[in-house]
Design a protein around this ligand. Structure first.
Ligand code: PMP
Length: 309
């Protein structure tokens, strides 16, 4: 894999990035027993590094590990492993304002298991890669195809955790949308095929008359850390924020729609007759990205600064 650099963290130590050995009968290869996380490190103007709420990723992977029958590093150990990996790779973090270092922790059933059961051994590793904008459009509006037939998650399934199978489930819909020149897919609920869920790798928000709404977390969407942060930012700026069922028809009347995620940060979606970046999307984006990049004071206490000696 070419995009990854430097050192990766694996089973408690830093190693030179490279392929790993895996049994053909490992739990992850046969039964999809795998989870991942995604974080970003930004370089500040003074050269130091900022992480954003890494303990939230640590807690989310714990919940996922429970659902996937795997043990998981405790919160503080997870955060320390992320810090060590970022510091070991700090030369790959782009200069301030020029991108970020994407951090990908993975937890998988690496032990051999033939009959269906949790693997007897697990591997926790972290690799990194410098990144720019996730969608080539940056903050410009993205174009989403509403998908009612292919679902990324069903009630009682694994949609609420970041397990690898959720991403396999969206590949076909995403490829079909891209072939039609859409940027990505907006999924609807699998029962009534009517309520917004999320995009392949981000959460969705709808703005109407300065009220910001997002689908409620009920097990079929990923509880995004950016989603949670944007709700707090918006409330602190005086917006009314609702978590509720949002019918797809509401998009026809909405003032703005935007997506949130670690990779995309905030990406406005195109709406009929409104292809600009709406003022609410712009405001919450600027507040969050400035905080993540260390351009404004972190009054929320969300950033973790790593100082280079
Ligand atoms: N939904 C899905 C399906 C995702 O893959 C992601 C990216 N992790 C998100 C939402 C956004 O989550 P976060 O803000 O924690 O990155």
């Amino acid at each position: 894999m070419k995009c990854c650099r430097g050192e990766h963290f694996s089973d408690g130590e830093l190693r030179r990035f490279g392929n790993i050995e895996l049994s053909p009968s490992s739990g992850v290869l046969n039964y999809g027993q795998g989870l991942y996380e995604g974080l970003k490190a930004y370089r500040k103007k003074d050269g130091n590094i900022l992480l954003f709420r890494p303990e939230e990723n640590a807690m989310r992977i714990q919940r996922g590990a429970d659902r996937m029958c795997m043990p998981c590093p405790p919160v503080q150990q997870f955060v320390e492993a992320v810090k060590a990996t970022v510091l070991a790779n700090h030369r790959w973090i782009p200069p301030a304002g020029k991108g970020s270092l994407y951090i990908r922790p993975l937890l998988m059933g690496s032990g051999a298991v033939l009959g269906l059961a949790p693997a007897p051994e697990y591997t926790f590793l972290i690799y990194v890669s410098p990144v720019g904008n996730y969608f080539k459009e940056g903050l410009a509006p993205i174009n989403l195809l509403v998908e009612a037939e292919i679902h990324r998650a069903t009630p009682g399934g694994t949609g609420g955790i970041k397990c690898i199978g959720n991403y396999a489930a969206v590949l076909k819909a995403q490829a079909a949308a891209k072939a039609k020149d859409f940027t990505d897919v907006l999924y609807l609920d699998s029962i009534r095929k009517k309520y917004l869920e999320e995009v392949s790798s981000c959460n969705v928000f709808v703005v109407k008359d300065n009220v910001i709404s997002t689908p409620a977390v009920e097990g079929t969407i990923l509880p995004g850390i950016t989603r949670k942060s944007i709700m707090d930012v918006a409330r602190s700026q005086g917006f009314k924020v609702e978590e509720r069922l949002i019918a797809v028809d509401e998009l026809l009347e909405a003032d703005e729609v935007f997506c949130t995620g670690t990779a995309v940060v905030v990406s406005p979606g195109e709406l009929y007759g409104n292809n600009g970046v709406g003022p609410v999307s712009q405001q919450v984006y600027s507040t969050l990205i400035n905080l993540q990049m260390g351009l404004t004071e972190d009054t929320m206490g969300w950033t973790l600064e790593l100082k280079l000696k």
